[in-house]
Design a protein around this ligand. Structure first.
Ligand code: NAP
Length: 239
């Protein structure tokens, strides 16, 4: 149980990659604090975790609620006295549309969930991660952040902003025990992928469980090598 005794916060844990990652971290011994809006999805993850004797705490919240995120770090400290792992996974696709057609509603939701929530989590939970024995933060990104693509402007802009933010933080903590990674899972068979590519046969795509293992590897204490702040489906890219 390599993560025994660790507390891990996973956002977007009601389905897809976040749910699978929470289950994988719990399987490795972490007590997982799982967040999303959909209570039923969180309960399904909780059932799976309890099924193998793991521990989960359910925290239903909307990542657009900045005040809730601000109080998250202090609440985790009150309850657990620590936070070892943050997997900032929640994301929204927005509507794939020509750039002049992006609506304020879509834009504001994507900026709030994909970018601002990550900043607020860093602000709220960063101090706890920084004093942990082997603090680990992983942010889910996409190659679209580095490959501007027609109709993907909202998603791409928010993920590009996220990469800048996470890498700036990674640069700031290089000399500490905290490791900050970006992780691009590549195409994965999830609801988001289905929304982006309706009608695609998802059978050949990797399942969330397989990328969850890679994400959990980034959360292990052995992952302490400098310069490996950015990972793209497991292949390190020089900083
Ligand atoms: P998904 O199945 O759509 O799951 C998204 C998660 O984010 C859900 O748990 C959802 O929970 C949560 N979420 C969305 N809006 C939220 C809000 N306002 N407040 C709280 N939670 C919210 O997506 P996925 O495919 O697993 O994607 C996970 C991450 O991987 C994302 O950051 C995505 O950009 C990235 N990614 C995915 C792929 C892919 O092919 N799947 C490729 C590259 C990158 P609720 O709806 O219950 O709140």
């Amino acid at each position: 149980m390599p993560l025994s005794g660790r507390i891990a916060l996973v956002t977007g844990a009601s389905r897809g990659i976040g749910a699978a990652t929470a289950i994988e971290l719990a399987r490795r011994g972490a007590h997982v604090v799982i967040t999303a809006r959909t209570q039923g999805g969180l309960e399904a993850v909780d059932d799976a975790v309890r099924g193998f004797g793991g521990q989960a705490t359910l925290l239903p919240l909307d990542l657009r609620d900045g005040a809730a995120l601000d109080s998250l770090g202090p609440s985790l400290f009150d309850r657990f006295r620590r936070l070892d792992i943050l997997v900032s996974n929640a994301g929204v696709l927005g509507t794939l549309t020509p750039t002049p057609h992006i609506t304020p509603r879509d834009w504001e939701e994507a900026v709030a969930v994909n970018l601002s929530a990550a900043w607020r989590l860093i602000r709220s939970c960063g101090p706890l991660l920084q004093v942990a024995e082997a603090g680990r933060a992983v942010f889910l990104t996409s190659r679209i952040a580095r490959q501007p693509t027609a109709y993907w402007g909202t998603y791409g802009a928010t993920k590009a902003g996220l990469e800048q933010l996470a890498l700036a933080w990674a640069d700031e903590v290089t000399s500490t025990k905290l490791r900050v990674n970006l992780f691009d899972p590549g195409p994965v068979a999830t609801a988001m992928r289905r929304a982006a590519f309706p009608g695609e046969d998802q059978t050949p795509l990797p399942r969330p469980e397989s990328v969850a293992r890679e994400i959990a590897d980034l959360c292990g204490a052995e992952e302490t090598r400098h310069g490996e702040r950015v990972r793209f489906s497991g292949a390190p890219v020089p900083a």
